[in-house]
Design a protein around this ligand. Sequence first.
Ligand code: G
Ligand code: G
Ligand code: MN
Ligand code: NA
Length: 249
Amino acid sequence: RDTETDLQRALKDNELTLFYQPQFAADGRTVIGFEALLRWIHPSRGLVSPAEFVPIAEQSGLITELDLWAVRRACEQSVDWGAARMAVNLSPVDFRMRDLVGAIRRILDETGFPAERLEIEITENLLLGNQPEAFASLTALRAMGVRVALDDFGSGYSSLGYLRRFRVDTIKIDRSFIQNIGQTDDAAAIIDCVVRLARALAITVTAEGVETREQLRYLQSVGCHHVQGYLLASPMPPSSLSRYIEQVK
Ligand code: G
Ligand code: G
Ligand code: MN
Ligand code: NA
Protein backbone atom coordinates (compact mmCIF):
# COMPACT_ATOMS: atom_id res chain seq x y z
CA ARG A 1 0.00 0.00 0.00
CA ASP A 2 2.76 2.38 1.02
CA THR A 3 4.95 1.31 -1.86
CA GLU A 4 2.03 1.83 -4.23
CA THR A 5 1.46 5.44 -3.13
CA ASP A 6 5.20 5.98 -3.30
CA LEU A 7 5.31 4.54 -6.83
CA GLN A 8 2.57 6.86 -8.02
CA ARG A 9 4.56 9.77 -6.67
CA ALA A 10 7.77 8.37 -8.20
CA LEU A 11 6.20 8.35 -11.65
CA LYS A 12 5.16 12.00 -11.22
CA ASP A 13 8.50 13.04 -9.74
CA ASN A 14 10.59 11.42 -12.48
CA GLU A 15 12.27 8.89 -10.21
CA LEU A 16 11.73 6.12 -12.70
CA THR A 17 14.28 5.56 -15.38
CA LEU A 18 15.11 2.96 -17.99
CA PHE A 19 18.35 1.05 -18.22
CA TYR A 20 19.14 -0.58 -21.53
CA GLN A 21 20.83 -3.93 -22.03
CA PRO A 22 22.26 -4.59 -25.50
CA GLN A 23 21.34 -7.79 -27.32
CA PHE A 24 23.86 -9.27 -29.73
CA ALA A 25 24.03 -11.55 -32.74
CA ALA A 26 25.51 -14.97 -31.92
CA ASP A 27 29.03 -13.60 -32.55
CA GLY A 28 28.62 -11.70 -29.27
CA ARG A 29 29.77 -8.49 -30.97
CA THR A 30 27.13 -7.19 -33.35
CA VAL A 31 24.46 -5.27 -31.45
CA ILE A 32 21.01 -6.07 -32.83
CA GLY A 33 18.89 -4.37 -30.21
CA PHE A 34 18.29 -3.47 -26.59
CA GLU A 35 15.99 -4.51 -23.77
CA ALA A 36 14.56 -1.65 -21.72
CA LEU A 37 14.55 -2.42 -17.98
CA LEU A 38 12.69 -0.29 -15.49
CA ARG A 39 14.67 1.17 -12.59
CA TRP A 40 13.42 3.17 -9.63
CA ILE A 41 15.95 5.55 -8.15
CA HIS A 42 14.38 6.23 -4.78
CA PRO A 43 15.54 9.38 -2.91
CA SER A 44 16.21 7.50 0.35
CA ARG A 45 16.14 3.79 -0.57
CA GLY A 46 18.45 4.08 -3.58
CA LEU A 47 17.99 1.75 -6.52
CA VAL A 48 14.84 -0.33 -6.08
CA SER A 49 14.59 -3.45 -8.26
CA PRO A 50 11.53 -4.06 -10.44
CA ALA A 51 11.49 -7.56 -8.93
CA GLU A 52 10.37 -5.75 -5.78
CA PHE A 53 7.91 -3.18 -7.11
CA VAL A 54 6.43 -4.76 -10.27
CA PRO A 55 4.39 -7.35 -8.29
CA ILE A 56 3.00 -4.54 -6.10
CA ALA A 57 2.15 -2.42 -9.12
CA GLU A 58 0.47 -5.45 -10.70
CA GLN A 59 -1.85 -5.83 -7.72
CA SER A 60 -3.16 -2.28 -8.04
CA GLY A 61 -3.11 -2.11 -11.83
CA LEU A 62 -0.62 0.76 -11.73
CA ILE A 63 1.75 -1.48 -13.70
CA THR A 64 -0.03 -0.62 -16.94
CA GLU A 65 0.72 3.06 -16.47
CA LEU A 66 4.36 2.19 -15.71
CA ASP A 67 4.67 -0.13 -18.70
CA LEU A 68 3.15 2.37 -21.13
CA TRP A 69 5.47 5.02 -19.72
CA ALA A 70 8.36 2.61 -20.39
CA VAL A 71 7.23 1.97 -23.97
CA ARG A 72 6.97 5.70 -24.63
CA ARG A 73 10.30 6.55 -23.01
CA ALA A 74 12.13 3.71 -24.77
CA CYS A 75 10.73 4.78 -28.14
CA GLU A 76 11.61 8.44 -27.54
CA GLN A 77 15.13 7.69 -26.37
CA SER A 78 16.04 5.18 -29.04
CA VAL A 79 14.35 6.55 -32.13
CA ASP A 80 17.75 7.76 -33.40
CA TRP A 81 19.71 4.63 -32.46
CA GLY A 82 20.17 3.33 -35.97
CA ALA A 83 18.14 0.27 -36.88
CA ALA A 84 18.36 -1.33 -33.44
CA ARG A 85 15.32 -3.02 -32.04
CA MET A 86 13.88 -2.05 -28.69
CA ALA A 87 12.36 -4.71 -26.46
CA VAL A 88 10.04 -3.65 -23.62
CA ASN A 89 8.52 -5.93 -20.96
CA LEU A 90 4.74 -5.97 -20.60
CA SER A 91 2.85 -7.46 -17.67
CA PRO A 92 -0.08 -9.85 -18.27
CA VAL A 93 -2.15 -7.26 -16.37
CA ASP A 94 -1.63 -4.77 -19.23
CA PHE A 95 -3.73 -6.95 -21.50
CA ARG A 96 -6.80 -6.25 -19.37
CA MET A 97 -6.64 -2.61 -20.48
CA ARG A 98 -9.47 -1.82 -22.87
CA ASP A 99 -7.41 -0.29 -25.66
CA LEU A 100 -3.83 -1.41 -25.09
CA VAL A 101 -3.26 -1.70 -28.82
CA GLY A 102 -4.55 1.82 -29.46
CA ALA A 103 -2.33 3.17 -26.68
CA ILE A 104 0.76 1.56 -28.21
CA ARG A 105 -0.21 2.74 -31.69
CA ARG A 106 -0.48 6.31 -30.40
CA ILE A 107 2.96 6.07 -28.78
CA LEU A 108 4.45 4.88 -32.08
CA ASP A 109 2.69 7.66 -34.00
CA GLU A 110 3.69 10.36 -31.54
CA THR A 111 7.33 9.32 -31.19
CA GLY A 112 7.83 8.37 -34.84
CA PHE A 113 9.28 5.03 -33.73
CA PRO A 114 8.82 2.37 -36.44
CA ALA A 115 6.58 -0.49 -35.29
CA GLU A 116 9.03 -2.98 -36.83
CA ARG A 117 11.73 -1.92 -34.38
CA LEU A 118 9.55 -2.47 -31.30
CA GLU A 119 9.41 -5.85 -29.61
CA ILE A 120 7.16 -6.52 -26.64
CA GLU A 121 8.19 -9.21 -24.17
CA ILE A 122 5.40 -11.25 -22.68
CA THR A 123 5.51 -14.29 -20.43
CA GLU A 124 4.11 -17.75 -20.83
CA ASN A 125 1.54 -16.97 -18.15
CA LEU A 126 -0.22 -14.57 -20.49
CA LEU A 127 -0.68 -17.22 -23.17
CA LEU A 128 -1.63 -19.88 -20.64
CA GLY A 129 -4.25 -17.59 -19.13
CA ASN A 130 -6.08 -18.13 -22.41
CA GLN A 131 -7.80 -14.74 -22.30
CA PRO A 132 -9.30 -14.24 -25.76
CA GLU A 133 -8.71 -10.46 -25.44
CA ALA A 134 -4.99 -11.05 -24.92
CA PHE A 135 -4.74 -13.13 -28.09
CA ALA A 136 -6.69 -10.47 -29.99
CA SER A 137 -4.39 -7.70 -28.75
CA LEU A 138 -1.26 -9.67 -29.61
CA THR A 139 -2.60 -10.42 -33.08
CA ALA A 140 -3.41 -6.74 -33.64
CA LEU A 141 0.05 -5.67 -32.46
CA ARG A 142 1.70 -8.14 -34.82
CA ALA A 143 -0.49 -6.92 -37.66
CA MET A 144 0.89 -3.42 -36.98
CA GLY A 145 4.41 -4.82 -37.35
CA VAL A 146 5.30 -4.99 -33.64
CA ARG A 147 7.29 -8.10 -32.75
CA VAL A 148 6.28 -10.37 -29.87
CA ALA A 149 8.87 -12.17 -27.73
CA LEU A 150 8.12 -14.91 -25.24
CA ASP A 151 10.27 -14.10 -22.18
CA ASP A 152 11.63 -16.55 -19.58
CA PHE A 153 10.79 -19.45 -21.88
CA GLY A 154 10.74 -22.77 -20.09
CA SER A 155 10.57 -21.33 -16.58
CA GLY A 156 6.83 -21.50 -16.01
CA TYR A 157 4.07 -23.93 -16.76
CA SER A 158 5.17 -24.25 -20.36
CA SER A 159 2.94 -25.83 -22.87
CA LEU A 160 4.03 -26.22 -26.46
CA GLY A 161 0.37 -26.00 -27.46
CA TYR A 162 0.35 -22.24 -27.26
CA LEU A 163 3.14 -22.00 -29.84
CA ARG A 164 0.59 -23.41 -32.25
CA ARG A 165 -2.26 -21.21 -31.07
CA PHE A 166 -0.25 -18.05 -31.14
CA ARG A 167 2.75 -17.28 -33.33
CA VAL A 168 5.54 -15.38 -31.59
CA ASP A 169 8.55 -13.81 -33.31
CA THR A 170 11.12 -14.55 -30.61
CA ILE A 171 11.64 -17.05 -27.82
CA LYS A 172 13.92 -15.97 -24.96
CA ILE A 173 15.32 -19.04 -23.23
CA ASP A 174 15.18 -18.53 -19.48
CA ARG A 175 18.52 -17.79 -17.91
CA SER A 176 18.26 -20.75 -15.51
CA PHE A 177 18.96 -23.05 -18.49
CA ILE A 178 21.89 -20.95 -19.70
CA GLN A 179 23.41 -20.90 -16.23
CA ASN A 180 23.37 -24.70 -16.11
CA ILE A 181 25.35 -25.15 -19.31
CA GLY A 182 28.40 -27.20 -18.33
CA GLN A 183 26.77 -27.99 -14.97
CA THR A 184 24.08 -30.42 -16.03
CA ASP A 185 23.78 -32.32 -19.32
CA ASP A 186 20.03 -31.75 -19.16
CA ALA A 187 20.29 -27.97 -19.55
CA ALA A 188 22.44 -28.28 -22.68
CA ALA A 189 20.08 -30.87 -24.19
CA ILE A 190 17.02 -28.74 -23.47
CA ILE A 191 18.61 -25.64 -25.02
CA ASP A 192 19.63 -27.61 -28.12
CA CYS A 193 16.08 -28.88 -28.41
CA VAL A 194 14.47 -25.43 -27.94
CA VAL A 195 16.75 -23.94 -30.61
CA ARG A 196 15.80 -26.69 -33.09
CA LEU A 197 12.12 -26.29 -32.27
CA ALA A 198 12.29 -22.54 -32.74
CA ARG A 199 14.23 -22.81 -35.98
CA ALA A 200 11.74 -25.34 -37.35
CA LEU A 201 8.96 -22.83 -36.64
CA ALA A 202 10.98 -19.87 -38.05
CA ILE A 203 11.11 -18.25 -34.62
CA THR A 204 14.18 -16.28 -33.49
CA VAL A 205 15.88 -17.60 -30.33
CA THR A 206 17.57 -15.34 -27.79
CA ALA A 207 19.58 -16.75 -24.89
CA GLU A 208 19.41 -14.52 -21.81
CA GLY A 209 21.71 -14.42 -18.82
CA VAL A 210 24.87 -15.37 -20.74
CA GLU A 211 27.67 -14.96 -18.21
CA THR A 212 30.58 -17.12 -19.42
CA ARG A 213 32.59 -17.79 -22.60
CA GLU A 214 31.73 -21.46 -22.27
CA GLN A 215 28.01 -20.66 -22.33
CA LEU A 216 28.46 -18.41 -25.36
CA ARG A 217 30.44 -21.09 -27.24
CA TYR A 218 27.77 -23.69 -26.55
CA LEU A 219 24.98 -21.36 -27.70
CA GLN A 220 26.91 -20.64 -30.90
CA SER A 221 27.43 -24.36 -31.50
CA VAL A 222 23.70 -25.14 -31.36
CA GLY A 223 22.72 -22.23 -33.62
CA CYS A 224 21.14 -19.82 -31.15
CA HIS A 225 20.44 -16.55 -33.00
CA HIS A 226 20.88 -13.87 -30.34
CA VAL A 227 22.59 -13.56 -26.96
CA GLN A 228 22.19 -11.24 -23.99
CA GLY A 229 23.91 -11.22 -20.62
CA TYR A 230 26.54 -9.80 -18.30
CA LEU A 231 29.38 -11.43 -20.28
CA LEU A 232 28.55 -9.14 -23.20
CA ALA A 233 26.99 -6.08 -21.57
CA SER A 234 25.03 -5.22 -18.44
CA PRO A 235 21.94 -3.02 -18.36
CA MET A 236 23.15 0.59 -18.42
CA PRO A 237 21.78 4.11 -18.26
CA PRO A 238 21.19 5.83 -21.61
CA SER A 239 24.15 8.13 -20.97
CA SER A 240 26.56 5.17 -21.23
CA LEU A 241 25.19 3.83 -24.46
CA SER A 242 26.79 6.01 -27.09
CA ARG A 243 29.51 3.54 -28.01
CA TYR A 244 26.97 0.78 -28.55
CA ILE A 245 24.80 3.06 -30.60
CA GLU A 246 27.77 3.85 -32.85
CA GLN A 247 28.28 0.13 -33.45
CA VAL A 248 24.74 -0.45 -34.66
CA LYS A 249 24.61 2.53 -37.02
O1 G B 1 16.14 -5.80 -14.66
P1 G B 1 15.87 -6.80 -13.55
O2 G B 1 16.55 -8.15 -13.57
O3 G B 1 16.05 -6.20 -12.21
O4 G B 1 14.29 -7.13 -13.70
C1 G B 1 13.63 -7.88 -12.76
C2 G B 1 12.29 -8.26 -13.33
O5 G B 1 11.50 -7.10 -13.63
C3 G B 1 12.38 -9.06 -14.63
O6 G B 1 11.44 -10.13 -14.56
C4 G B 1 11.95 -8.09 -15.67
O7 G B 1 11.31 -8.73 -16.75
C5 G B 1 10.99 -7.17 -14.92
N1 G B 1 10.91 -5.86 -15.55
C6 G B 1 11.94 -5.02 -15.81
N2 G B 1 11.49 -3.89 -16.40
C7 G B 1 10.15 -4.04 -16.55
C8 G B 1 9.12 -3.23 -17.11
O8 G B 1 9.34 -2.13 -17.65
N3 G B 1 7.85 -3.71 -17.04
C9 G B 1 7.54 -4.91 -16.47
N4 G B 1 6.26 -5.28 -16.45
N5 G B 1 8.50 -5.70 -15.95
C10 G B 1 9.78 -5.28 -15.98
O1 G C 1 12.59 -11.43 -16.78
P1 G C 1 13.53 -10.71 -17.66
O2 G C 1 14.24 -11.62 -18.60
O3 G C 1 12.94 -9.53 -18.38
O4 G C 1 14.66 -10.14 -16.69
C1 G C 1 15.73 -9.44 -17.17
C2 G C 1 16.63 -9.27 -15.98
O5 G C 1 17.80 -10.10 -16.10
C3 G C 1 17.11 -7.85 -15.87
O6 G C 1 16.79 -7.41 -14.60
C4 G C 1 18.60 -7.93 -15.97
O7 G C 1 19.20 -7.04 -15.05
C5 G C 1 18.91 -9.37 -15.63
N1 G C 1 20.08 -9.86 -16.32
C6 G C 1 20.56 -9.46 -17.50
N2 G C 1 21.67 -10.15 -17.86
C7 G C 1 21.90 -11.03 -16.85
C8 G C 1 22.91 -12.01 -16.62
O8 G C 1 23.82 -12.24 -17.42
N3 G C 1 22.82 -12.71 -15.47
C9 G C 1 21.82 -12.51 -14.56
N4 G C 1 21.82 -13.26 -13.46
N5 G C 1 20.84 -11.59 -14.75
C10 G C 1 20.89 -10.86 -15.88
MN1 MN D 1 12.68 -9.54 -20.37
NA1 NA E 1 13.63 -13.12 -19.25
